[in-house]
Design a protein around this ligand. Structure first.
Ligand code: FES
Length: 115
């Protein structure tokens, strides 16, 4: 059975910024975040491959200072925006878990997660 969870409207995510979510799904709590780049929205689990903990230390803040990468707040690992590949830090070579294929965009701007 598929379930759908409303996350937010696209315009609730400032362009080139991220927004975090903690949602209760059937399997338990799911921590994730969305990254908006113009009309493109990318989704990853909020889960650092280094220690398996959440990445951010402030709500909705997942990016490096210069906005070029996703950054883990604990040991500073840097991940590519496009594919979540870790290019620096203790988990170099590992990857964030992508959820983009589970994101649904509605023409009115609503973003849903499908599980
Ligand atoms: S927990 Fe993320 S880099 Fe160590």
């Amino acid at each position: 059975m598929m379930s759908k969870y409303f996350l937010c409207n696209k315009q609730d995510i400032p362009n080139h910024k991220t927004r975090g979510f903690s949602i209760d799904i059937e399997q338990g709590k799911l921590e994730l975040f969305l990254l908006r780049q113009d009309d493109r929205v990318t989704a990853y689990k909020n889960h650092c491959p280094h220690l398996g903990i959440t990445l951010n230390w402030q709500p909705d803040e997942f990016m490096s200072q210069d906005g070029s990468h996703i950054q883990c707040s604990t040991h500073g690992a840097l991940f590519n925006l496009e594919d979540g590949h870790c290019i620096a830090g203790p988990c170099t070579g590992e990857n964030l878990t992508p959820l983009t294929s589970q994101i649904e965009h509605h023409p009115d701007g609503e973003i849903w997660l499908v599980t």
